[in-house]
Design a protein around this ligand. Structure first.
Ligand code: NAI
Length: 248
């Protein structure tokens, strides 16, 4: 089950955190993984090394997901060289946390340009080859806060809620073309994005999590693997929550 042999996957923001774990998990099941990174080539190479340690294969590719032309060029190049694009994981994201009364226009713009527009441009570029192949899997990384809300994350939670709307609309728009579109909504996961939180804040979040701990990047990656697999062929437009019961 969950074999991905012969498939080509693109994972945005694959050089660390959840994205890195997703790259390794997809590659371990046989997919050729294109590891997108924004700026840190060394970190992307580290992901590639882990892919190879897991017996997989892939390449790294630098582009900024918020640059529609760069995204289109990258996907065109992947399809030209590899002949296909089967799986897109929109993982790249940023969180610029701020109370509403302190939010600056540039914080809103940057967050939406990366989290929402970045995912949308990648979906747009990937849809062409997927429609042609009459098969495709798109997985968007949303967040528990899209549904639960969280003080200090007005912009971030709005951007992640927008991804759920995007996911549901694209699921309806492209179901007849054989492309499924789903979201994974992680809870509180141990990564660079969350490592900066004060210990007290971390403990408070864990206290609200029925499973009583932070999640791991591998636990999120497992959900992505499922949605990317043939076994998930009847699942589209869904939000798969990987949050330890924090929001049910
Ligand atoms: P992270 O901050 O460790 O990694 C995000 C990656 O996205 C980085 O490699 C970064 O370079 C890349 N990125 C940012 N802007 C980019 C751009 N314009 N173009 C290309 N790449 C770009 O984050 P983490 O924790 O691994 O999260 C991954 C995804 O999961 C994000 O979308 C995040 O919002 C989401 N998420 C994370 C949670 C957590 O607890 N860590 C909880 C819920 C959702």
């Amino acid at each position: 089950m969950f074999k991905l042999d012969g498939k080509v996957a693109l994972v945005t923001g694959g050089s660390r955190g959840i994205g890195r774990a997703v790259c390794v998990a997809l590659a371990a099941r046989g997919a050729y993984v294109v590891v997108n990174f924004a700026g840190n080539a060394q970190a992307a190479d580290d992901t590639l090394a882990r892919i190879r340690d897991a017996g997989g294969d892939g390449e790294s590719k630098q582009f900024d997901v918020s640059d529609a032309q760069a995204v289109d060029d990258a996907v065109t190049d992947i399809v030209k060289r590899r002949g296909r694009l089967d799986i897109l994981v929109n993982n790249a994201g940023i969180a610029l946390d701020q109370l509403l009364i302190r939010i600056k226009p540039e914080e809103l713009e940057k967050t939406f340009a990366t989290n929402v527009a970045g995912s949308l441009w990648c979906c747009k570029a990937a849809m062409r080859p997927m429609m042609k192949a009459k098969r495709g899997r798109i997985i968007n990384l949303s967040s528990v806060v899209a549904e639960s809300g969280n003080p200090g994350q007005a912009v971030y939670s709005a951007s992640k809620a927008a991804l759920i709307g995007l996911t549901k609309t694209l699921a309806r728009e492209y179901a007849s073309r054989g492309v499924t579109v789903n979201a994974v909504a992680p809870g509180f996961i141990e990564t660079d994005m969350t490592s900066g939180l004060p210990e007290q804040a971390k403990q408070a979040i864990v206290a609200q999590t029925p499973l009583g701990r932070q999640g791991t990047v591998e636990e999120v990656a497992a959900a992505v693997v499922f949605l990317a697999s043939d076994e998930a062929s009847y699942v589209t437009g869904q939000v798969l929550r990987v949050n330890g019961g924090m929001y049910v």
